[in-house]
Write a protein that binds this ligand. Sequence first.
Ligand code: ZN
Length: 133
Amino acid sequence: MTPELQEMFDAALAAHANSHSPYSNYPVGAAVRAGSGKVYSGCNVENAAYPQGWCAEASAIAAMVSAGERRITAVLTLTNGPIMGTCCGGCRQKIREFAELDVPIHACGPEGLRRSFTLEELLPFSFGPESLP
Ligand code: ZN
């Protein structure tokens, strides 16, 4: 793992530890690297009224935007279990708002990197900001 990826992994792992996921028991941590180079992280936050919860990627993106940044250059997600977890469809679209199609999305488990994708691989033929007139 490169130092840059390790920094994102460590941030996602720390957020993962703070996940509020008592209903699914599926904690997720995420980290996004912004245009400045800074890493923002987040976890999933579930709710007793299930649809009111949100994903780790959404938390990380909200932290980035709240800090005044608008460009994602890399994404990393961290999930437990034997099956590799990738971003849900909604999060792929949320990432698309702030990322170019060649931005890497790294799917990790607690042991480390499992597989890397580009945003375009996970969200082909996508709709983005430039799609609007
Ligand atoms: Zn999601």
